[in-house]
Design a protein around this ligand. Structure first.
Ligand SMILES: Cc1ncc(C[n+]2csc(CCOP(=O)(O)OP(=O)(O)O)c2C)c(N)n1
Length: 558
């Protein structure tokens, strides 16, 4: 066995695990790694200037690539800064290995500066959290962490790397990676039960969750929707492209309020949740979003999610791609000739209703195209016609988002990524990670001005490495969604028309100045046509571009 240093072994272990990019922000405890990187020719180190930006960048990369993604941060404050975005990564089930440098183990008894016991800090937000205590354990623990992050249900893991481990040398067996084959098929009897329910349903609805896009199961879920004549929605929190947006049975996302969800679901006699969240709403309500007595077929990769909030008539533990394929075959076998005829009629009727709804939305968007400030729906409609077919949209548009899924066709599983966890500041850096993972595809981030300010340091990373992302900042000079919600409460704020802490004015944030100071080309515009022109140049360019657009700021119901 060769004698190796811990720092060299760590980099070699990452390469064994197929890692090509290391997202990091260094400090003294990471200096051994930075030293090893000085003579490494294979790993690309991507520096971000704040750990929240770093973590969201890594999350974008992990989600878009589906690969193990590695982050390195600096002791307690570095991990602390990353935690908000780690929460988002956990909700997105992103396979990320977060590592942090730690002081030398013999030094920690004195409680040096920046020190705290790291694994317990990360633990609530990861699948597994540990620290390397002996150099001989490093290979086993790195492989365990990687295997765990990638095993279904995927998710982040944490490993603390004390400096003495990285600096020590020993004879080391680097061992080898393990991969858990992900295509778990749900129990065959349960699939047959689910098929029997689907075959009889007269008004089925499918909720397509992130897990569908993650398992690249578009063909299978489309086939199932067509086989049973189901209306399809994505789950309520912004999510990935879990169903092709231009498909005639795709109705978009439901409005994320309990009453709306209930009113929508009440029109159906069976719900199939394919990896969707039942229900991750953001406001409590006296109305239960699930209509009583509506039978649920619940498919997920995570047993924790199955029946978590609502009893499932059938709970299917399995991978969507493998299980939906089985379900299609079982439903086809279980359906009577009469039911098949009714499905054809239903596909026609549901498809027509959805097409009419979209046409009306498009007409509204077109009618608003010349308005100033820019109406977000009009902007999305124009972008939908402009963006190349292979464009990838990263969305953190909050109050501006309604209609986005209907106006922009995101038809493949890597074409759209939305903020999963609700911790804003994710989208701007995530777009950089997505572009690094999918370099040949145009990447456009649609980001609220408030959200952009949480992690705007990421602009420097894009400029430094010349990563050609286009961001459109939907600038309403406010936390508009909070104003809308406070107005809706009809309390003092609504009566007095006073919204404390929600206006981003005085001074107005100069996004153009901010971006240019960090090396990113930027323009401020006021019309849809100007945005479209700039996006066209941006997506074919070699450098990042930020477009600051003045959008609708009204917050009262119209
Ligand atoms: C990390 C974090 N801090 C605060 C919030 C609360 N919050 C939710 S939306 C929002 C404002 C978003 O503003 P912007 O991005 O401009 O979108 P808009 O509401 O104007 O559409 C805030 C502060 C949050 N969700 N996450």
């Amino acid at each position: 066995m060769p004698v190796m240093s811990g720092k060299r072994a760590f980099l070699d272990l990452l390469k064994q695990e197929g890692v090509g990019v290391l997202f990091g922000n260094p400090g003294t405890t990471e200096l051994p790694l930075m030293d090893a990187l000085a003579v490494d020719r294979d790993l690309r180190y991507v520096l971000a200037l704040q750990e929240a930006a770093l973590m969201a960048m890594a999350d974008g990369y992990a989600q878009a690539s589906g690969k193990l993604t590695v982050v390195n941060v600096h002791v307690t404050p570095g991990l602390g800064n990353a935690m908000g975005m780690l929460y988002n990564a956990q909700k997105a089930a992103s396979p990320i290995l977060i590592t942090a440098g730690q002081h030398e183990q013999t030094f920690n008894v004195t409680e040096p500066i920046l020190w705290a016991d790291l694994p317990p800090i990360a633990r609530p937000l990861v699948k597994w959290s540990g620290e390397v205590r002996r150099l001989g354990d490093l290979p086993r623990l790195v492989h365990r962490a990687a295997k765990t992050a990638l095993a279904p249900p995927t998710g982040p893991v944490f490993l603390s790397l004390p400096a003495d481990i990285l600096n020590a040398e020993a004879e080391l067996d680097l061992m080898a990676p393990t991969r858990v084959a992900p295509r778990l098929r749900a129990d065959a009897d349960a699939v047959a039960e689910a098929a029997a329910l689907l075959a009889k349903a007269e008004r089925p609805v499918i909720l397509a969750g992130d897990a569908v896009a993650q398992s690249r199961a578009h063909a299978e879920i489309v086939r199932l929707a067509e086989t049973v004549g189901a209306t399809v929605y994505t789950e309520f929190i912004p999510n990935t492209a879990s169903f092709p947006a231009s498909h005639p049975l795709f109705r978009g996302s439901m409005v994320r309020l309990a009453k709306n969800v209930r009113d929508t679901l009440a029109q159906h006699d069976l719900v199939l949740s394919a990896g969707a969240d039942l229900f991750a709403l953001s406001l409590p309500s006296d109305v239960d979003p699930m209509p009583p007595g509506l039978p649920i077929i619940h498919l997920d990769t995570d047993p924790w999610e199955l029946g978590k909030n609502y009893p499932a008539a059938v709970a299917l533990l399995g991978d969507p791609k493998a299980t939906l394929a089985d379900l299609v075959i079982a439903v086809e076998g279980a359906m009577s000739a009469g039911a098949r005829g009714r499905v054809l009629e239903r596909v026609e009727r549901v498809g027509r209703a959805i097409a009419e709804e979209r046409a009306a939305l498009r007409a509204k968007a077109k009618a608003d195209a010349g308005k100033t400030p820019v109406q977000p729906l009009a902007l999305f409609e124009a972008l939908g016609r402009t963006l190349p077919k292979d464009a990838v949209v990263i969305e953190e548009a909050l109050s501006s988002a309604p209609g986005i899924r209907q106006m922009i066709d995101s038809d493949d599983p890597q074409s759209y990524f939305g903020l999963r966890g609700g911790g804003i500041g994710w989208g701007l850096p995530a777009a950089i990670g997505v572009k690094l993972a999918l370099p040949s595809r145009p990447v456009v981030g649609l980001i609220g001005d408030g959200s952009a300010m949480y992690t705007c340091q990421a602009l420097w990373t894009a400029a430094h490495y010349r990563i050609p992302v286009v961001w459109v900042i939907l600038n309403n000079s406010s936390y508009r969604i909070l104003k809308q919600r406070l107005n809706n409460l009809r309390g003092h704020a609504a009566q007095q028309d006073v919204y404390v802490g929600m206006d981003l004015v005085d001074p107005a944030i100069d996004f153009v100045g901010l971006a240019r100071s960090l090396g990113v080309r930027a323009e401020r515009v006021t019309t849809v046509a100007e945005v479209v022109d700039l996006v066209k140049t941006g997506v074919s360019g070699e450098a990042p571009l930020l477009i600051d657009v003045n959008v609708e700021r009204g917050y009262k119901p119209v």
